[in-house]
Structure formats: structure tokens, C-alpha cells
Design a protein around this ligand. Structure first.
Ligand SMILES: O=C(O)CCC(=O)C(=O)O
Length: 294
């Protein structure tokens, strides 16, 4: 059964002209919006240099040297060997990049400009967005292979709704000779209904439903995201890596993720019991930069 094509378009807008209403409407209807020219290329290049130096530094971590780091803060609740694996594999999260740069870089700095926070605060009033351990960067190389079809809720242990400000540090997509993302532009309520999932227990995600997505919803949209553009999608948006047919260079990208305790269409509803009582850690560093935090 095909329940209609995936609308086959993704709205692209110049960052400066994106209004909170448009931001929310596109995330609700299609689960994704592309913000062109959101960050200066100079800032992206400076971030890339720092991220690469951090990846390099962390790649030498061993069982003997890891205690020189604040590694317990990297992946709270996970083992030392898990943390060593992440450090050596180059997939580093926000706590790791802050540790490796003496707190001079956070991935959240990429979205600390006030207009980002106006979009969040006015587009999703009532939702408390928090930082999450799964805000991280990765180097995508054809040698390693891509990430298969999924939605990010599978990897969140911190709330039923999240936003991924996907920020490539190298141009991403076939137009640029690098790997990119293929997206099914379907709104979060429709995906949640299709997956028959409440967003609480990632383990309950049904693989058969994920695998059937191309048959049910049609082909994805191939995106090309330049350095300085940001593609925002929700933790329910179905997506995967694609590689161009011809030779492909490596690409590094940052998944700047913010998690919320609430469901966007019903922020005052009682939280599912799994989330109740969890303290909401304010994003003070980033919100104070926007002038939106009290
Ligand atoms: O960078 C990629 O190719 C995959 C990214 C991804 O799956 C994600 O941001 O959730």
C-alpha cells in the first residue's frame, strides 16, 4: 500500500527571511526545512579546523590516558571502553569537543545566534529544549559507509521530540561530490502514527515498518547542503545517507540536537512516565547569547 508520495519537496528559505511560523509549519507538515546561508562560511571553516584538531587529539585516547580527560561527562552512564571507542572512532559529541578544546568550542555555538533562538522560542512556545549527549559530529566516508534509513528518535533517551540542526562543515551532497542526506519530507505526527510509537522506548521501534518506508511513502528527496546552510529536521523525520554515483570525497558534519520533554502539539500534556520528573537542564550558554533566556 502506498499512502501517497512524500510530497517530494523540501522548503528552502534564506535564513534571514525564515519566520517562526514558517519554521514550525514546515517542521509540522514535512518534518524538515533548509535554512540557506544561516552561518558564515568563515565561521564554518574555523569550526571545522577546531573540530578536526579535537578529533585528532581524541583519537589517541587509550585505557592508560583516558583518566586525564573528563570522560565520565562524555557519555554519562556508559562504560570507559564505550567512551574510548567513540573517541578513537572520531564520532565525538559535545561534551568531548568541549573537553578537547578547553571549553572553547561547543557544537551549540553554531546555533547560538539570536535568530535561531527566536525560531525556537516563538516557533515552539511552551517547549523546553535541552542539550543532549547525542549532539555530535561525524566524518562520513565511502570507506566507512553511510547511516541507513532511520529517524533520530531511535537514538534519543532524553525526550519524545527533538530537533536536529544538521550542519555540514564541508558541502554535502552529489552536487559537491560528497555524500549527503536523503529525506522523506513527512510531518512528525504522521510518522509517529505510521510507526505506532509513542517516542518513549526507542527499543520498541519496528524495523519492518522502517524498512517498508520507500514502498509506503515513495522515494526520498536528495538534498545538497552547502557549508553555511543548516537543514533542520525532527527526531521523527525519516532519512539516510546517500553517496553520489561517482567518486566521493569525505565530508564532516555536525548534528546539533536539542531535545524536548514535551510533544510540540500538546506541550502542557502530562509527560509519559518515563520522562516525568527529569530535571530540564537549561541551555544557559546558548540561550543567554540569544537574549531570550531570563
Ligand atoms: O551524516 C549522515 O550521513 C547521517 C546523519 C544522520 O543520520 C543524522 O543526522 O541523524
Amino acid at each position: 500500500m502506498r499512502s501517497g508520495p512524500s510530497a517530494n519537496t523540501i522548503r528552502e528559505v534564506d535564513f534571514v527571511s525564515c519566520t517562526p511560523d514558517l519554521f514550525r509549519a514546515e517542521l509540522k507538515k514535512r518534518g524538515v526545512i533548509i535554512l540557506r546561508g544561516a552561518i558564515s562560511k568563515r565561521r564554518i571553516a574555523a569550526t571545522k579546523a577546531k573540530v578536526e584538531a579535537a578529533i585528532q587529539k581524541l583519537s589517541t585516547v587509550t585505557e592508560e590516558s583516558i583518566n586525564e580527560w573528563n570522560w565520565q561527562q562524555w557519555w554519562p552512564g556508559n562504560s570507559m571502553s564505550f567512551s574510548i571507542g567513540k573517541a578513537r572512532g572520531g564520532e565525538i559529541n559535545d561534551a568531548m569537543v568541549r573537553d578537547a578544546t578547553d571549553d572553547s568550542l561547543s557544537f551549540y555555538d553554531l546555533i547560538s545566534a539570536p535568530p535561531f533562538h527566536r525560531l525556537l522560542a516563538r516557533g515552539f512556545p511552551g517547549l523546553d529544549f535541552r542539550s543532549t549527549p547525542v549532539a555530535h559530529c561525524r566524518k562520513m566516508s565511502p570507506k566507512i559507509g553511510g547511516i541507513k534509513l532511520h529517524c533520530d528518535i531511535r537514538y534519543h533517551r532524553d525526550g519524545p521530540f527533538a530537533l536536529n540542526f544538521w550542519t555540514p562543515l564541508d558541502p554535502a551532497g552529489e552536487k559537491f561530490g560528497t555524500s549527503g542526506l536523503e529525506i522523506w519530507p513527512i510531518g512528525y505526527a504522521a510518522v509517529r502514527k505510521y510507526l505506532q510509537h509513542n517516542g518513549v522506548s526507542p527499543k520498541d521501534m519496528r524495523d519492518d515498518l522502517i524498512e517498508a518506508v520507500p514502498q509506503v511513502f515513495g522515494p526520498p528527496v536528495r538534498t545538497n547542503i552547502d557549508a553555511g546552510d543548516v537543514m533542520v529536521f525532527t527526531s521523527w523525520t525519516l532519512h539516510r545517507t546517500y553517496f553520489p554515483d561517482s567518486d566521493c570525497a569525505d565530508r564532516t558534519s555536525v548534528e546539533v540536537r536539542l531535545a524536548a520533554d514535551q510533544w510540540p502539539d500538546d506541550p502542557l500534556a502530562r509527560l509519559p512516565s518515563a520522562w516525568r520528573g527529569r530535571p530540564a537542564r537549561a541551555l544557559s550558554r546558548l540561550l543567554s547569547a540569544s537574549g531570550l533566556a531570563g
